[in-house]
Ligand binder design. Sequence first.
Ligand SMILES: *Cc1c(COP(=O)(O)O)cnc(C)c1O
Length: 315
Amino acid sequence: MKRVNLARLPTPVEYNKRLSAHYGVEIFIKRDDLTEFVGSGNKIRKLEYLMGQALAVKATTVFTCGGVQSNHARATAYVAKRLGLHPVLFLRKTVGDVLQGNRLLDEILGAEVIEVSNEEYEHVEEVYAREKERREARGERVYTIPEGGTNELGIMGYVRLIDELEGQMNLDEITQIYCAVGSVGTALGIALGLSLKSYNIQVVGINVTKRSKEFFFDRARAILAKLKSSGFNVPGVLERLTILDEFSGPDYAVPSHEDLRIIKEAARVGALVLDPVYTAKAFRGMVESAPRTSRILFIHTGGTFGLFPFAELFD
Ligand SMILES: *Cc1c(COP(=O)(O)O)cnc(C)c1O
């Protein structure tokens, strides 16, 4: 596995005294919103491994996909440009798209954006295949990065997080690690990293999508099976992982009133700025589900650029 350094690590771990007092649980925050600036958030940790592989196979072009305001697509566009590769983003069209936030950065970075309909997005591999053939016929070499950067390679970025945390804090004092689940790579990587070192910490993933937790457990099992078949067998990973479906709100990328309220509350009480697609849902799920005796590490996975297209909801 060839990893390239892309993120600015380690990101800080901060004990948030005011949020802890306000919500009645001990809250430590891993500031993965600070992994970079334009490349910020959780995806860049996965991209260190995925781009390492893209370079190893001498790719000239990288494909990835996501929603119009995808943090993953924007981070991929940025790191591809840093490494001299051409990013092609397959973005799912939605009504009322604006050239703002992540999508604006994609544009400025010169990423090639291919808009796909909801139906096409369900079979995006077929769209990829057609595009890949066309491009390779003219000499490009395409490397495809999955949705959210989640596969057996990408999750290694979050396996590696555990080493980083060990250098920063006493993990034995933590009872749960909370994070958002969008493609499950972050939560699975953390659970795998904890299992490798036999930490007795539960990873609680807050599902922010309308897919069910069974979908994510199936995906997690498939990734673990792939790792096992290449000789990397770690028992007890899924036992460490809990996924909660009940905080996903009206839809993926649609925040509830409570999500909007907690964005303001966390910012005003604890100077913690959350995003409306992932971290607000994860944070709300955390304060509403954690037992009062918890000592929690909340992974702030970023998403701040995704806040700006939602400006009018904060009127
Ligand atoms: C993608 C994303 C997540 C979800 O991470 P997965 O590894 O895809 O589950 C959480 N927060 C932010 C800000 C993201 O962009």
